[in-house]
Design a protein around this ligand. Structure first.
Ligand code: NAG
Ligand code: NAG
Ligand code: NAG
Ligand code: NAG
Length: 501
């Protein structure tokens, strides 16, 4: 668990996407000090502080005299959906209650203290149960207005390995049914109230996720309800983020990665830096979200897929457009620096169909476009190290490329620089914080933090077989004067296993 926590810290530090009001989306607390108190450091039951679990609420049933009785816990998963367990929407005899018999309260951590200013009360418009399901979703009559005590959690419906820190959250920690609290561990019946449904939150890269809910003795995993929850709630990230398949060595996968027709950029004979030349990096893609702009890069690896780093995509930032063929942000069309009449075709926009995530270690994402990308002079796929020769190709000098950030006073042209394979000590990163498959590269400039390289390639020209550019690693982000990057070689099989025609 210790090393897992370290991984999370590293990826969180280097993550570039810091859109404002992140907390108003999902899984982000409004109070940093609550987060800092270290949910995962303390074992045993912890009473909740105000705002610590802003997505956790209570489900009440109306009695015949219209007073209310606490029934269960529930979590706010969108502005108007509460997830709870199926027994929570049934009466004592096991019959389904009508939506009019149920009420939800959010924004309080003590049942018997009413926080009129912060609490949100909502009636239920409809109750949704999957076929033979153990969970239920309550659609509220009216959207919940978020405040610092009422926010939604991210739904994580993919399986997790046991190394992830798990926190149970629910009513009745430490024996007091009126008290919200958390418990570090797997013991779902730690909580005294056996009618409490318990959400489980865990921190990955700073996001709280719920991946199962419970109780009366057994755990309910949400995995098998993924598509049902996606349909019932319209949560965009559930529709757009998919979990990848493991590689199966006895399965025949189609050959969708180019072996020879790839890595064909214009090779810059003069090695001018930092300005790249037109057509030098025609595989570099910008991941664009129509509402939020662009935060990261990716590389085109085939007619249909762009590869990027996991820290570039999250519940809040899901790219909906891939920008290809960009060279100078400020010019359209892009022309040769020394010949303004020699110009590239215009940049092209491709819609994102969905994103496949690697749920084994959360390092790499594949983005599928809705239509085939046409290869043109300024849009070409990169080569990946598919052959055993390329898998052992480790030149000490490699190249990264990306654009200046806040480039008002600087050039909008793709900037490249040479990076050198380095030890973690040379990059002043403690070995223990460096997870498996993560590589460090030193740079000679101090510009890494001023440029967007994340999600883009680290690669080199293979001298043999036609001087092609091969991507050997994937930039995660800058750390001081270094970049940390993911070695691509161990992920080639996963990539192949998750590409379809
Ligand atoms: C692996 O692929 C083979 C052949 O397609 C298939 O029969 C087998 O069930 C697969 N194994 C797993 C674990 O999916
Ligand atoms: C890079 O291109 C910009 C814009 O064309 C130009 O102003 C700048 O001088 C170039 N930098 C170098 C080192 O050539
Ligand atoms: C941009 O350059 C101008 C003049 O060179 C300078 O006055 C201004 O402060 C610069 N802006 C930024 C954001 O660096
Ligand atoms: C890049 O950022 C660093 C630190 O933020 C700064 O010291 C350096 O001058 C910047 N470089 C350029 C070219 O703006």
């Amino acid at each position: 668990m210790k090393s897992r926590a370290a991984v999370v810290v590293l990826l969180f530090l280097v993550s570039e996407a810091t859109p404002q009001e992140l907390w108003s989306k999902c899984g982000q607390r409004a109070f940093a000090e609550v987060l800092d108190s270290g949910d995962f450091d303390q074992s045993g039951g912890q009473d909740a502080a105000p705002g610590q679990w802003p997505w956790y609420g209570s489900v009440f049933h109306y009695r015949t005299d219209r007073s209310i009785a606490f029934a269960c816990g529930g979590t706010l998963i969108s502005r108007n959906h509460v997830l709870t367990v199926a027994v929570c929407v049934m009466d004592g005899a096991g019959s389904l209650l009508g939506s009019g018999a149920i009420m939800v309260r959010l924004g309080t951590h003590l049942q018997n203290v009413l926080h009129f200013g912060n609490a949100r009360y909502r009636r239920v418009k409809s109750v949704h149960l999957p076929k033979d399901g153990e969970i239920a979703i309550l659609k509220l009559t009216e959207d919940v207005k978020f405040n610092k005590y009422v926010l939604s959690i991210c739904m994580m419906v993919q399986p997790f390995d046991d190394q992830n820190a798990k926190l149970l959250v629910g009513w009745g920690v430490n024996g007091d049914v009126n008290q919200l609290g958390s418990y570090l561990g797997d013991d779902t019946c730690y909580f005294s109230s056996d009618r409490a449904s318990i959400g489980v939150a865990l921190l990955m890269g700073g996001w709280f996720l719920q991946y199962f809910t419970h109780c009366s003795g057994e755990m309910i995993t949400l995995e098998r309800y993924e598509s049902w929850i996606a349909k019932t709630t319209n949560l965009i990230y559930l529709q757009k983020l998919r979990s990848g398949q493991d590689f199966n060595s006895s399965h025949q996968y189609p050959q969708l990665l180019p072996r020879r027709h790839c890595g064909k950029g214009l090779i810059d004979g003069e090695k001018s830096t930092p300005n790249a030349t037109l057509y030098e990096f025609p595989w570099i893609a910008k991941l664009f979200n129509r509402a939020l702009g662009y935060n990261c890069l990716g590389t085109l690896i085939s007619h249909r897929y762009v590869l990027t780093s996991e820290n570039c995509i999250n519940f809040y930032f899901i790219p909906d457009l891939i920008v290809l063929g960009e060279y100078d942000n400020f010019q359209e069309p892009d022309c040769q620096l020394d010949d303004p009449t020699d110009c590239a075709p215009p940049l092209r926009l491709y819609e994102v169909d969905y994103v496949v995530r690697n749920h084994n270690d959360y390092r790499i994402d594949l983005i599928r476009t809705t239509e085939n990308v046409a290869f043109e002079d300024h849009i070409q796929p990169v080569c990946l190290p598919l052959t055993s020769q390329l898998k052992h190709f480790h030149p000490s000098d490699q190249t990264i490329a990306g654009w200046n950030k806040n480039s008002k006073n600087t050039t909008g042209i793709i900037q490249k620089e040479t990076v050198y394979a380095a030890s973690s000590a040379e990059c002043q990163i403690s070995e223990e914080y460096l997870p498996k498959n993560i590589l460090c590269y030193k740079t000679s400039s101090n510009n890494v933090a001023n440029r967007t390289y994340s999600g883009g390639p680290v690669g080199a020209i293979v001298p043999s077989s036609g001087r092609r550019f091969v991507q050997l690693a994937l930039v995660i982000g800058p750390v001081e004067r270094c970049v940390v990057a993911l070695d691509i070689v161990p992920y080639i099989d996963w990539i192949r296993a998750n590409m379809v025609e």
